[in-house]
Design a protein around this ligand. Structure first.
Ligand code: F6P
Length: 322
C-alpha cells in the first residue's frame, strides 16, 4: 500500500541545519504527492496533539536559520508506558503512516520504542551537534557547532597571547569528545581532554611547564564537558602553577546560528533520502552518510553500536603542541 500521509518532528537538543532538514523532508514529500504534518515540540508536543499540516510555504525562508521552527523539547513523559501508549494513539488518530524524527541519540531511541509498539513507519534523521550517533559519519549541526566554537577560540587566543594567559575552554559533548577533538585540533590547542581517553592532571601540568619553558607563554586547553569542567581544571592548574589562568564555558552558543554550507547540504540530502527510503517501502531505519555516500541502518543499530572517535587526531594534536 502506498504512503499518503507522513509526519515530521524535531526532538532533543536543537542543532543548526534542523530547519534545512525539515524543509527537505516536507518538499520531497509534497513533490511526491504526500500530505505532511508537522509535530511541534518533539515527543512532548506529540502527546499534546500539537500537530498541523505543513505546506511548501511553511518551510520557506528557513534553510539559513538555526534552531528549529517546529521547536523542540526533551520529554520524560514520553518514556513512560502511558506516554508511549498515548503517542501511538495520537499517531493513529491523525492517520499518520510514517514519522520522520530529526534528533539525537535520545530521539532515535524513542523511535526504536515506537517502532516496536505500532505500525507507523519510523525514519530517523541524525541531528545533533555532538556527532555521537553511530551509523553516520556526520550528524546535522556538528560542522556548524565546531566552526562556532572555533571562532570563539580564535578570539580568545588573541587575548591569551596579549596577556600571556592559559585559557581552559569547555565545549559541549555530554558523552563524547567529537566537538572537543575537532575544535582542539583546528584551534591549535595545547591539550584536549575528551571522555573517551583517561587523562592525567599531573601530565597536563608537566606539558604546560614544558611549553612555558620553551617560550610559549599562552595556551589553550580544550575540554569536553563530559570529560571535565573548565573551572575544575583551571583551579587545579592554578594551585600548582604561577601562570595566569582563565576558564571559559562556551555553552549553548554552540547550538545556535546559521548552519554552514556543509550542514545545509547534508541536511537537505538526508531529508530527501529519508523520504525516498519511505517511498521505496523501507521502514524503521535511520539515514546517514558514510564515506560520502548516503546510507541507512536499521534504527535499532543506534542501541547496539557505539561511534568511535579517531584517536589518531588526538595524537596529531599532541604532536603539534611540542
Ligand atoms: O546533546 C546536545 C547537547 O548540546 C549536549 O552537548 C549537551 O550536554 C546537552 O545537549 C545540553 O542540553 P540542554 O540543552 O538540555 O542543557
Amino acid at each position: 500500500m502506498s504512503l499518503k500521509r507522513i509526519a515530521v518532528m524535531t526532538s532533543g537538543g536543537d542543532a543548526p541545519g534542523m530547519n534545512a532538514a525539515l524543509r527537505a523532508v516536507v518538499r520531497t514529500a509534497l513533490y511526491h504527492g504526500l500530505e505532511v504534518y508537522g509535530i511541534h515540540r518533539g515527543y512532548a508536543g506529540l502527546l499534546r496533539r500539537e500537530i498541523e499540516p505543513l505546506t511548501s510555504l511553511s518551510v520557506g525562508g528557513i534553510i539559513n536559520r538555526g534552531g528549529t521552527i517546529l521547536r523542540t523539547a526533551r520529554s520524560e513523559e514520553f518514556k513512560t508506558p502511558q506516554g508511549m501508549q498515548t503517542a501511538v494513539q495520537v499517531l493513529n488518530e491523525f492517520a499518520i503512516e510514517a514519522l520522520v524524527i530529526i534528533g539525537g541519540d535520545g530521539s532515535m531511541r524513542g523511535g526504536v520504542e515506537l517502532s516496536r509498539l505500532c505500525d507507523v513507519k519510523i525514519m530517523g534523521l541524525p541531528g545533533t551537534i555532538d556527532n555521537d550517533i553511530p551509523g553516520t559519519d556526520y550528524s546535522i549541526g556538528f560542522d556548524t557547532a565546531v566552526n562556532t566554537a572555533l571562532e570563539a577560540i580564535d578570539k580568545v587566543r588573541d587575548t591569551a597571547y596579549s596577556h600571556e594567559r592559559v585559557f581552559v575552554i569547555e565545549v559541549m559533548g555530554r558523552h563524547k569528545g567529537f566537538i572537543a577533538l575537532e575544535v582542539g585540533l583546528a584551534g591549535g590547542a595545547e591539550a584536549i581532554l575528551i571522555p573517551e581517553v583517561p587523562y592525567d592532571m599531573v601530565d597536563l601540568l608537566e606539558r604546560l611547564h614544558d611549553s612555558y619553558h620553551r617560550g610559549k607563554h599562552s595556551s589553550i586547553i580544550v575540554v569536553a564537558e563530559g570529560a571535565a569542567r573548565a573551572e575544575d581544571v583551571k583551579k587545579f592548574l592554578q594551585e600548582h602553577t604561577p601562570y595566569h589562568l582563565r576558564a571559559l564555558v562556551l555553552g549553548h552558543m554552540q547550538r545556535g546560528g546559521a548552519p554552514t554550507a556543509f550542514d545545509r547540504v547534508l541536511a537537505t540530502q538526508l531529508g530527501v533520502h529519508a523520504v525516498q527510503r519511505l517511498l521505496d517501502g523501507h521502514t524503521n531505519e535511520m539515514v546517514g552518510v558514510e564515506g560520502g555516500r548516503l546510507v541507512s541502518v536499521p534504527i535499532e543499530y543506534i542501541q547496539t553500536a557505539t561511534k568511535t572517535i579517531d584517536l589518531r587526531k588526538l595524537e596529531i594534536a599532541t604532536m603539534m603542541a611540542i
